[in-house]
Design a protein around this ligand. Structure first.
Ligand code: NAD
Ligand code: IPM
Ligand code: MN
Length: 360
């Protein structure tokens, strides 16, 4: 198979982890006789520095003309000035919106050999396998926002959380359909005891499930309680669907189930067109340039890309098995290594995965 893939390394550890994912994809291509071509484009803080724009038009065009996009991360302290005209994160939000990538899939699985890397007990973690569907192009991220100053000179700011019926329907439908293929259980997370927008979300979600997916076991959980249930009973969840901001927060929390933010991949999908694949973590400015970032979330995102955008299920599973094998063999980047355990760097971890793929 031939495919054009756009790589968006971004800022901080982004380029370090994208390099390793590219090597892994090249190994997959070589093994299976696939012609994957890669084009690197600017996004984020470096794009602001070089082009005055966190998402230059050339990047959008290249993404539109690709089969799939793999992104590292954007942002960093250099671009954190609250009065700046634009921010690196605006580039990421814009590409998600431009490509209509409304469904953000964030799988969270525990790895048997990593149970000791998690702050939680093995007995709590065992059997955890959750697929989050985070709505990605609506909610408070994209509602009306602004600032104003009163006559007395006091400044105020607002960000509006807004969802339409059709936005809720399409993400719930996708999540419910995925649940039908898995454990047949769906959990919808909202804040309907307080927010009107959540009351609409709850009404619409319940209608879609009752009318179209009557066989599903369906549960509704308030987001504050969900933050607790995720660490007290993670293995009881199957598919979880929620809005943009709640999904963002809950999945960073959920990364402590496998034990590191550096382990969670994601896929952002629309009705059609290229998908965008990325780790859920950020540019990790505290470790950028040190060569110690965990590249596995990005490598696992590359596997999701092969599965969802290129139809290469076997190759995706090969990458996932290679990651399992490397972890089973005891290799750990610093984020996963226990006290006193030796760790390996970003490049070495990538190399181990490539070797495991070549051996398999
Ligand atoms: P972060 O996810 O970058 O880092 C949080 C913590 O996790 C840090 O201690 C970091 O070292 C660690 N970490 C993250 N990824 C890791 C990896 N692969 N290996 C080892 N350790 C890892 O979150 P933050 O520090 O709150 O944000 C930093 C910047 O990243 C901000 O500008 C933020 O806006 C941006 N950000 C971007 C994305 C994205 O591009 N998708 C996602 C989240 C945050
Ligand atoms: C993520 C990030 C982004 C988000 C930011 C950087 C815009 O936290 O991908 O999870 O909040 O969606
Ligand atoms: Mn996030």
């Amino acid at each position: 198979m031939d495919a054009r893939i756009v790589l968006l390394p971004g800022d901080g550890i982004g380029p370090e982890i994208i390099d390793q994912a590219e090597l892994v994809l090249n190994a997959v291509a070589e093994k299976g006789g696939h012609a994957l071509s890669f084009e690197r484009c600017p996004i984020g803080g470096n794009a602001i520095d070089d082009f005055g724009d966190p998402l230059p038009e050339q990047t959008v065009e290249a993404c539109r003309n690709s089969q799939a996009i793999l992104l590292g991360a954007v942002g960093g302290p250099k671009w954190d000035d609250p009065t700046a005209k634009t921010r690196p994160e605006a580039g990421l939000l814009k590409i998600r919106r431009e490509l209509k990538l409304f469904a953000n899939l964030r799988p969270v699985k525990t790895f048997d050999c990593l149970m000791d890397s998690s702050p939680l007990k093995r007995s709590v973690l065992e059997g955890t396998d959750i697929l989050f569907f985070r709505e990605l192009t609506g909610g408070i991220y994209f509602g009306d926002s602004g600032r104003s100053t009163t006559e007395t000179g006091e400044e105020s700011a607002y960000s509006t959380m807004i969802y339409s019926t059709s936005e809720v329907e399409r993400i719930v439908r996708l999540a419910a359909a995925a649940a039908m293929q898995r454990g047949k259980k769906l959990t919808s997370v909202d804040k309907a005891n307080v927010l009107e927008v959540s009351r609409l979300w709850r009404q619409v979600a319940e209608r879609v499930v009752k009318e179209e997916f009557p066989e599903l076991e369906y549960e509704v959980v308030l987001v504050d309680a969900m933050a607790m249930h995720l660490i007290s009973r993670p293995s009881t969840f199957d598919v979880v669907v929620t809005g943009n901001m709640f999904g963002d927060i809950l999945t960073d929390e959920a990364s402590m189930l496998p034990g590191s933010l550096g382990m969670l991949p994601s896929a952002s999908l629309g009705e059609s067109g290229p998908g965008l694949y990325e780790p859920i973590h950020g540019s990790a400015p505290d470790i950028a340039g040190k060569g110690i970032a965990n590249p596995l979330a990005t490598i696992l995102a590359a596997a999701m890309m092969l599965r969802h955008s290129l139809g290469l299920e076997d190759e995706a599973a090969d990458i996932e098995r290679a990651v399992d094998a490397v972890l089973d063999a005891g290799h750990r980047t610093a984020d996963l290594a226990g006290k006193g355990e030796t760790s390996i760097g970003t490049v070495e971890m990538g190399q181990r995965v490539v070797e495991a793929l070549q051996k398999a």
